[in-house]
Write a protein that binds this ligand. Sequence first.
Ligand SMILES: Nc1ncnc2c1ncn2[C@@H]1O[C@H](COP(=O)(O)OP(=O)(O)OP(=O)(O)O)[C@@H](O)[C@H]1O
Ligand SMILES: [Mg+2]
Length: 362
Amino acid sequence: MRGMDIELKNVSMKFGDFTAVHPTDLHVKAGEFFSILGPSGCGKTTILRMISGFLHPTTGGIKIGGEEMTGVGPHKRPTALIFQNLALFPLMTVWENVAFGLEMRGWEKTRRREKAFELLDLVALGDQGDKIPDELSGGQRQRVAVARALAVEPAVLLLDEPLSSLDLKLRQHMRSELRDIQRKTGVTFIYITHDQGEALTMSDRIAVMKAGVIEQVDTTDRVYDAPATAFAATFVGANNVFRGKVTSLDADMAVVETKYGALRARNPQNQAVGNKVVLFVRPEKMQVLSAVDGEENSIAVEFERRDLEGPFVNLFFRRGDDVFSAHLVNAGDVAHDPSGQKGLCFAPEDGMILPVGDLADE
Ligand SMILES: Nc1ncnc2c1ncn2[C@@H]1O[C@H](COP(=O)(O)OP(=O)(O)OP(=O)(O)O)[C@@H](O)[C@H]1O
Ligand SMILES: [Mg+2]
């Protein structure tokens, strides 16, 4: 199997007056594990349906492996799709499920069976082929669906939230399984999810999408460390938020006047003096202080709550109506008993200033 690249040029989708996907350019590389990440209703499935050919774009064109796909039906495209709610055929054995697409293509039984077991091996189910789907666990059924989709040797596998029906433990396990299968086959995966943890652990690159618009396409590290928008900064991972106005600039840093005083941070998008901005600090970059004594970027707060995560603790502090959080390794006095802590601070290089925009939870 070999992956192909996918290119969207000016692709948009309108349903009546409603624009589900605004004009979008996107290039997914051959053999890449690419995720589209965004909240419910932002247009993820719509993009996938256009790539698979079940939906015709209102504007623009899609190329797969360099070939224009306009006018090419879903079954003629080098793609396979795994739906949000997958369904296996309950009365067929596992191997027959996997081989279903091959029967449609006229493969005879011995060859079908051989190919099906080869694919079941690939998804670590080589010894389960003669069972029926009801005799498998949820995660195993999901892997059967992947094997079935791979049977027709697609160059591109489109996965629409395939893990959403599984419980958390299984979902986490399946992340590495899927990643493994992708690496072994070299097939291009386009993976849709609203779960940022899923997108970060599995992908080479992520597109962050909001209300029909892709706001950022980047490597996982870049999306987390250098979010392009206020939405991306708050949808992917947690962030502390300070609103204010830029009052001075200093090389690649800027000072922002906030209601808690002047705070200094990185200014990657060159916000000018006078601009209204949002300053973000990741909880793991927040330092906890027993007292505030004029340190740069410090604010006085009151301790509110400690959430134990096992190896980590999340500490929540309050100032007026604002809640701030710090994420600490679960070791040492402060992590064990933060009740006496009175302040938070951060290094200027650990804060990031971005233009004002909608936050993920607003
Ligand atoms: N056939 C349709 N006719 C009219 N509106 C549609 C149609 N399909 C989707 N929409 C609308 O387009 C928007 C995007 O839908 P889409 O299914 O792409 O969202 P999504 O990002 O996949 O969401 P979810 O995470 O809930 O699956 C939604 O507001 C939806 O109501
Ligand atoms: Mg969807």
